[in-house]
Every structure is written in C-alpha cells, then in structure tokens.
Design a protein around this ligand. Structure first.
Ligand code: PXP
Length: 395
C-alpha cells in the first residue's frame, strides 16, 4: 500500500524563499480538505522567473514567465493513475512577489491565492473555457481564501505578558526594598497573566540584576527579558537564561523605549547575538516599528519573534491618525505572521486601545506595563490584570 503524502513542496529558488514552507504546507493540506480531497496528493514546486519562463514556453508556447502553472495528473495519458494523485502546481516566487506588491498583499497571501488557483485547475475548473466558468472559479477562489484565513486565525489565542518594570521604578524612587517586582510578578501570574516581562537597562534605573535572578526562579509562566544588545547584558542573559529575550534600542536619556530597532541597519550584529542566544536555547524577539523593511530584516537575521511597536497607534491624537497607525500595525503583523515569524506587540497599550489590537488574530502576545500598573495603584494589581485579560478574545 502507498503511504499517504498529501503535499510535497519542492523549492528550487536561487535564494531561500521569504515565506514559511511549513505554513504553506499546512495551508495546502487544509485546502485539500476544504475541497473534499483530504486524501488527495499534491506537489508544489516553487521557482524563479527564468525556470518558469522555460516551462511556459515548453508547455504553453508562451514567451516570458507566468505566475502559476498547473499540471493535472489525470490528463495527458495519466487517466489510469489513482484518483488521489492530483498533480503539480508550479509557482514563480518572483512573479508572485511583483503581484503581491501591486495588489498590496503579503507574498504569502499571493502565493496562497496562486496555490488555490492552481489547485482548482487540477480539480477541473478552467477560467479559459467560458465567462461563466471564469466567474465560478473566481468565486470559489475567494471563498476558499476567506475560509482558510478565518479558520487559521480563529484558532489563535492572544496571551498577556505583564511588564513589572514600574513596580521597580517606585521602589528605586525611595532606594529601599518595596514594592518588590518579584512579588508583583507572582500576583500577576495568580491573576492569570501568561508571562512576565522586565527590562534590565544598562543604567539599572528600575529593574536590578537581583530581580532578574529571583524572577528566573519564581516565574511559573514565561520570563521575557527585554534588553539592549550590549555585551554586559548579553552575558547576564546567557547566564540567567530567561525563556526568551526581546532586543530593544536603548538610549540613556529616554523616558521609555522610544522607537523600534533598526534591524535592517545592523543585520550582522543582530545575527551574531541571535546565534549566541540560539546556542543557549533562548528564542529572540526584535522590537520593531510596523515597517516592511524591518520585518524582512528580522526574518533574514533569524529572529523567532518580532514585537511590533504599538506606540504611535496608542499616542495618536485624532481618529484618522489612529486608524492609519492601526492599519500599519495590522499589515505589519500580517506580513510577519505569513513569513512564519511569531508576532507580539506592545507599548502604550491601555484599557481603551488594546481590544482592537488583540482582535487581529495574527498577534500571539501583548506586552503591557504602564497602564496596568497605573490602574493597579487605584484598584489593586490582581484586579488590574484581570480587567486587562477580560479585553482579550477568549481562545
Ligand atoms: N514592549 C516593549 C519592547 C517595551 O519597551 C515596553 C516598555 O517597557 C513595553 C512593551 C510596555 O509598554 P507600556 O509600559 O507602555 O505598556
């Protein structure tokens, strides 16, 4: 008996593709199911334009590359083969990337659309036969894409990581031992927070080395250490081994982290830090502005996560500005997600502006500090955390 291999992906592009092949496979498998062909077998070949142009000339007598070609196994003498063998979908990533830019969608989304198009051809749809068929095919494409994306996102739950830096800020204001961020972290966890974040700054203005060491022992959920990429702090991270680190730009005079990291401008250095962390088993997140160039760079340097800076959205003073900033965050999160990066977000989120970001479906975790601590002073930390959790969509 043949073993079932639903989707085989072959990538023959000159450089590694800027999309997650694992996610593409999952989408292809799900599409087979949605088309009632869960037992079907499909081969996907990813190419560059020159190879696509050769195939286009050879099989369709047309010059130049095209976006997608589909070869059904049951045609051209393959009619006797098992029905499960659907055939090949061949996609040019160069053409897909150009079309993605024109349509204002991510590369992954464009490739998914081309995959759906190719798969429908394998299943007998043909837009070239008549106007009616073209319309039926376009409608089925739209329906499958929407079903696929809705399902993918519905299954995701957003988690809340609480930044307890400002408990330490209050302690440092008096230079004594209270309030203790370590105790605060435990209260946050008891209230349901799924992670604890602290920023060990070079100037040690709030969190101290002792706090990070104790938190490493007491945090039951996940400890995310925010830090600048300086040698001193890197050594501490490698020794203490938090569950993950988030690299942020750090300036001595700033009140809080101001902008995102310029990943594109320091790829070599970040690649080196990420490599050292990887050896120690510590996943790295890069705190970046919602900007395609930075997302591509984060993917290139091998980050596991990006944390999208929500500050400009939170600080927007008009509805129009807020909508514009929100749409940048939504697009950036989508791009990163579709590249296979894990996506967090944070900075400036409060009880009024969080719900919209949390509902995006592409974001895995929100990192929130100031708003929760400000409310905690008035209503208590347990309640402040619970109220924030109540704003997140349930899993
Ligand atoms: N994420 C990052 C990378 C940050 O630097 C901060 C602030 O320390 C936060 C999230 C939390 O921001 P806020 O305190 O405004 O909630």
């Amino acid at each position: 008996m043949r073993s079932h291999m639903p989707v085989l992906i072959t990538c023959q592009t000159a450089t590694p593709p800027a999309i997650s092949l694992q996610q593409l496979r999952q989408r292809a498998e799900r599409l087979l199911s949605l088309c009632g062909r869960a037992r079907g077998e499909l081969s996907i070949l990813l190419l560059n334009d020159p190879e696509m142009a050769e195939l286009n000339e050879q099989y369709r007598n047309k010059k130049g590359p095209t976006n997608v070609l589909a070869f059904a196994m049951q045609e051209g003498g393959g009619e006797h083969l098992p029905e499960e063998l659907l055939g090949d979908v061949i996609i040019s990533l160069d053409t897909a990337a150009r079309e993605a830019a024109t349509d204002g969608v991510t590369l992954h989304q464009r490739v998914t659309i081309l995959l759906i198009h190719g798969l429908l051809h394998l299943l007998g749809f043909d837009h070239e036969r008549s106007r009616g068929e073209a319309q039926a095919m376009a409608e089925r494409e739209k329906q499958l894409l929407s079903q696929l994306l809705t399902e993918e996102r519905r299954g995701k739950m957003v988690t809340l990581a609480i930044n307890v830096d400002h408990v330490a800020t209050l302690r440092q204001a008096r230079g004594i031992t209270e309030p203790d961020p370590v105790l605060a972290a435990s209260i946050c966890e008891l209230a349901g927070a799924q992670g604890i974040v602290v920023h060990l700054r070079e100037d040690r203005r709030h969190i101290q080395d002792r706090d990070v060491r104790l938190l490493r022992q007491t945090v039951k959920t996940k400890l995310n250490l925010e830090m600048g990429a300086t040698e001193e702090i890197i050594k501490i991270a490698l020794e203490i081994k938090p569950d993950m680190i988030t690299l942020v730009p750090e300036k001595r005079k700033e009140l809080t982290t101001e902008g995102g990291l310029n990943v594109a401008g320091q790829k070599k250095k970040l690649q080196e830090v990420i490599g050292r962390m990887r050896k120690a088993g510590i996943p790295v997140s890069l705190f970046i502005d919602p900007d395609t160039r930075q997302i591509n760079a984060a993917h290139e340097v091998g980050a596991t996560f990006v944390e999208i800076h929500t500050g400009r959205y939170c600080d927007a003073t008009t509805e129009a500005m807020r909508d514009k900033e929100f749409s940048l965050i939504a697009t950036a999160a989508e791009e990163a997600y579709e590249m296979g990066l894990r996506v967090n977000a944070g900075h400036g989120l409060n009880y009024l502006n969080t719900r919209r970001v949390a509902a995006l479906g592409t974001i895995e975790e929100l990192s929130i500090g100031h708003a929760v601590m400000a409310r905690a002073i008035l209503v208590g930390l347990d309640q402040a955390v619970r109220e924030m959790l109540a704003l997140l969509p349930a899993g």
